[in-house]
Design a protein around this ligand. Structure first.
Ligand SMILES: C[S@@+](CC[C@H](N)C(=O)[O-])C[C@H]1O[C@@H](n2cnc3c(N)ncnc32)[C@H](O)[C@@H]1O
Length: 293
């Protein structure tokens, strides 16, 4: 068994990668007819491929119904998917913080010598601070932010939006956010600070918590209580935040759910360039719609 890939995700990982792959295809087809230099930036790039999940006991694929081509697709991570899109991107930038993943990722430069690939071992948030400050007049990029958890700071998303040159696919960890929002509002200071960094300020608190009255021995007491039906609240709040900073945002993010049907992530799309934003969002929305379960 190959041990160099990353083991993660279930069926939802394929949905996520498939949506992005379809968009990349449309994106390079359109961009190759325009005058811009256009790049693919995968800021949580991983190793380039995922481990094929085998049944430990029988050493057979867990999904025998997949044919050979499906198995190949199944193994592909986001970086590799992007490298195989035709027409190609002018440049591929892969960011990965982890040492081992990074050394695996670097091998893509040997495997695809004809492609202009730059691998960078760095924190993604730091990378965008630098690159978003450059002159984007003649440049466009498709950015994919695919973290496991809440690693993407709001500041980073703002910087990306401000370039007005980026189409963004973003995995929003709605399951993690929900878990951190304690029912009784007693959120540890360090967690509160993390949520502030993640959402950009503390406005989330009064959206996700409402004042409720408690009758006690000492009369009525007020306390903060997590709102019911929290998942749509979190989704709407995040969508509103994206809409404040991007030219246009897909209004139908795809909920990626675990086997118990609980949302883990929302796959979101936002377009930064006012001129192409409507078309970009229309394409993304159509793709997302087709993946609705
Ligand atoms: C979900 S995996 C990415 C999977 C990849 N997109 C794929 O489809 O193959 C997230 C990756 O982000 C890396 N990572 C985590 N925090 C990071 C950060 N702050 N900056 C850059 N990479 C980070 C992890 O090491 C991990 O490899």
């Amino acid at each position: 068994m190959n041990t160099t890939g990353q083991i993660f995700g279930g069926n939802w990982t394929e949905q996520k990668l498939e949506c992005v792959r379809k968009y990349l295809q449309a994106y390079t087809t359109i961009m190759s007819k325009q005058r811009f230099d256009f790049a693919y930036i995968d800021a949580f790039a991983g190793t380039g491929y995922r481990e094929l999940i085998l049944d430990e006991d029988i050493n057979e694929p867990l999904f025998p119904e997949l044919d050979n081509q499906d198995v190949v697709n199944f193994r592909q991570g986001s970086a590799r998917n992007a490298l195989e899109v035709q027409p190609p991107f002018g440049k591929y930038i892969f960011i990965e913080e982890d040492k081992n993943n990074y050394s695996e990722l670097e091998k893509l430069t040997e495997e695809f010598p004809e492609k202009n690939i730059e691998c960078i071992r760095r924190d993604a948030n730091e990378y965008f601070k630098e690159v978003c400050g450059k002159n984007w007049k003649n440049h466009r990029a498709l950015v994919f932010l695919d973290p496991f958890g809440m690693q993407v700071e709001w500041k980073t998303i703002e910087l990306i939006a401000n370039t007005q040159a980026v189409d963004l696919w973003l995995l929003f960890p709605i399951g993690t956010v929900n878990r951190l929002l304690k029912r009784n509002s007693e959120i540890r200071q360090s967690i509160g600070e993390k949520l502030n960094l993640f959402f950009g300020d503390n406005s989330w608190f009064e959206v996700f918590y409402k004042l409720a009255n408690d009758n006690s021995l000492f009369g009525e007491e007020e306390r903060w209580e997590k709102v019911g039906n929290i998942f749509p609240e979190i989704e709407q709040y995040f969508m509103n935040r994206l809409q404040e900073i991007f030219a246009s945002v897909a209004t139908n993010p795809l909920a990626l759910r675990n086997s118990k049907n609980v949302p883990l992530y929302l796959l979101c799309f936002a377009a930064g360039n006012p001129r192409g934003a409507q078309t970009a969002v229309k394409i993304a929305q159509d793709i997302l719609l087709k993946h609705l379960r």
